[in-house]
Ligand binder design. Sequence first.
Ligand SMILES: [Zn+2]
Length: 132
Amino acid sequence: MDSKTKLRKAGLRPTKQRIAIADILFNGINRHFTAENLHNDIIQSGKQMSLATIYNCLNKFKNVGLISHLQSLGETYVFDTNVEHHHHFFNEKTGELIDFRPGDIHVKKFPKLPKGYKSSGIDIIIKLIEKN
Ligand SMILES: [Zn+2]
């Protein structure tokens, strides 16, 4: 599916900027990235786009479910083109995230939830450091 079609199907108007971003993100390989990462990729491809525009596009993509994001890694938003439910390994040294399937981990005990809340899901991050 080309980017234009993908955007239209998701209910987004295929603007020039959105198409340029979608072309980079949906090349068939899932990736984790920040808006800054994407900004660098766009500049390297010889195009111009402001970081604000990129943030705007990414938020739109996120709102319609084209990408997801991980909030739990500090202040920087890390986006994810894998929108299936999954968990992550996190390399503490490089910041790299690696996906793993939800079926590969079982949570046996669940903490008592704070009063007035229900769980909306579990995201697991297993932190990695290299063995000596
Ligand atoms: Zn992921």
